[in-house]
Design a protein around this ligand. Sequence first.
Ligand code: HEC
Ligand code: HEC
Length: 277
Amino acid sequence: MKNMTRRQAIGAAMGATVGGALGVLIPTKLTSAAQAAPVEVKKSETPVKIEWKPVKLDAAKVAPEAYKLYAEGSCMYASFTSLCRALAEASEKTNPSMSKVLKEFPCEMMKYGHSGTGNQGSLCGALNGCSAIFGLLVRDKKKVDSMIAELFGYYETTEMPIFKPEPENPKFEPMAQSVANSVLCHVSQMNWCKESGESPFSEFRRDRCKRLTADCVTKAIEILNRYVESEGKAIFKTSNTQQKACMDCHGENGAIGNVSARMDCTTCHDMVDHYEE
Ligand code: HEC
Ligand code: HEC
């Protein structure tokens, strides 16, 4: 018995008891503790199962809401909240449990995403809000990735803003357009500032970002509607061919296979990188 392990010792002690005979170890301490504080068995509440799925929306109605909501909490809040409310309304009859949750959703949390996440100038908040909606409604990660790729590729390559608020505010006309060339708030904003000659701290720049938010929502709805119409089968892909050219070599399946990124590479690198000494 000198080299008896703890387990063997407990086993030997329990040997004569019923628990030991059945091979069930019931440490006496635990048993008495459990008796002292009986666990209350709650009646089971059947949780409402929510079927998360997008419904078709009308961008002409939602985009102006996004433009307006910007004043309450900036870009991410505006893109997310406008889509969330529109989805809640559109699914009221067809998917009441989802509609209810969307109505009660604490959209205020999305204010964190303003100016590229808490003023950091990183990911554009309008894109972040739309992507959050994709993630909320579509649970196939690969599909969500491809929906994001299409949205981001559009953002990187399109002259924006396109949206025109009504009534027109002469204070912010004519509105300069620029190609963001990046999903980064800072790069997107500065490219527009260079084009327009406006300061990033101006009301004019804020109006540009309000319109840009409406544009992102419009594109997100186009993507969501295609998803709904195709019953989830639609193929989404980026229109940013520049990035594809780099990834043919640097992507996971390329000859070099050393880069895991999908944003536009030319913001920070170009082919000149290859000829540096
Ligand atoms: C035909 C294949 C090919 C394509 C297309 C290509 N690259 Fe490369 N790239 C290479 C090779 C090979 C290297 C050297 C790899 C090494 O040294 O490990 C390289 C190196 C680099 C480097 C590192 C340079 C350094 O200083 O060491 C960067 C950054 C880069 N590429 C960016 C890009 C970008 C951006 C694009 C698209 C505009 C691109 N590449 C397209 C093949 C390619
Ligand atoms: C926001 C700026 C930014 C973007 C966009 C970006 N990169 Fe980079 N990349 C960097 C930085 C910073 C480094 C760190 C090394 C450096 O300074 O070269 C780096 C490193 C690299 C390297 C390794 C360089 C080396 O010296 O080994 C490669 C290859 C590369 N990037 C390719 C790409 C490709 C392909 C894309 C597009 C999918 C891309 N990058 C997008 C900023 C960026």
